[in-house]
Design a protein around this ligand. Structure first.
Ligand SMILES: [Zn+2]
Length: 231
């Protein structure tokens, strides 16, 4: 993808333009440039990085992206195609179904993930797991481990990924150094999906089923006595 600003201050994005998940409306959408730095001023100051404000095509809110400048020439300012999202979309999860302490910890974990702080996300995921082990007891801990094994089989996780996940969630802070694996964008992304699945299986699914059952009981039509006897 070639991306540049021409001498008329216009931003050109070749191929399909820029699309991302909007941090405001959470829609995967295209962006339209709303404010681009002026060509003359860029060529005069020659900054290494520049910021451009876009408008989300779905909700119209501003989205700010930072680009590294590849080169300056009298015709165009060429930008590197990979950009930095200043505000990233927040990861969501039905947190209210979790026990209070786990809810607070996992909320912070999601904030770390949205900020791209992968190691902080790993550490907060471990704290969430530790809180759940305390809440659910030894049997609950074993069940959570079984769920992790199930996910391993369902998602065909390779051995390296599985041992990273096991070390993050089931490792102890007193393990030999490094007691927590180093996290990066890739393994943090997998950990996020695993955390979602484990928490969903353990709390959300059960709570929603119970709610639905209670609702069914409450709204069940009353069968007339006589009719009930004949059927
Ligand atoms: Zn939007």
């Amino acid at each position: 993808m070639t991306i540049y600003i021409d001498s008329n201050d216009e931003l050109h994005v070749e191929y399909q333009g820029i699309a991302l998940t909007c941090p405001h409306c959470q829609t995967l959408t295209h962006l339209t440039p709303a404010a681009t730095p002026g060509f003359a001023s860029l060529n005069r100051h020659r900054p290494k990085h520049i910021g451009i404000v876009f408008r989300c095509d779905a909700c119209g809110d501003p989205v700010f992206l930072k680009f590294a400048v590849k080169s300056y020439s009298p015709q165009r300012v060429e930008l590197a195609p990979n950009y930095l999202e200043v505000e990233r979309a927040r990861e969501s999860f039905p947190l209210t179904y979790l026990p209070d302490e786990a809810e607070a910890l996992f909320r912070e974990a999601l904030t770390c993930y949205s900020a791209g702080c992968w190691n902080a996300f790993g550490a907060m995921s471990r704290r969430t797991a530790q809180s759940l082990f305390r809440e659910l007891g030894e049997r609950g801990k074993l069940e959570l481990f079984d769920t992790l094994q199930e996910i391993r089989a369902l998602a065909s996780l390779d051995d390296d990924t599985f041992s990273t996940l096991r070390a993050v969630l089931f490792g102890s802070d007193s393990d030999p150094w490094p007691h927590h694996p180093a996290m990066n964008a890739e393994n943090a992304g997998i950990l996020l999906e695993v955390m979602r699945d484990i928490l969903y299986q353990t709390f959300v699914r059960k709570a929603r089923l119970l709610q639905a059952m209670t609702f069914r009981k409450y709204v069940a039509p009353q069968v007339p006595e006589a009719h009930a006897r004949t059927t």
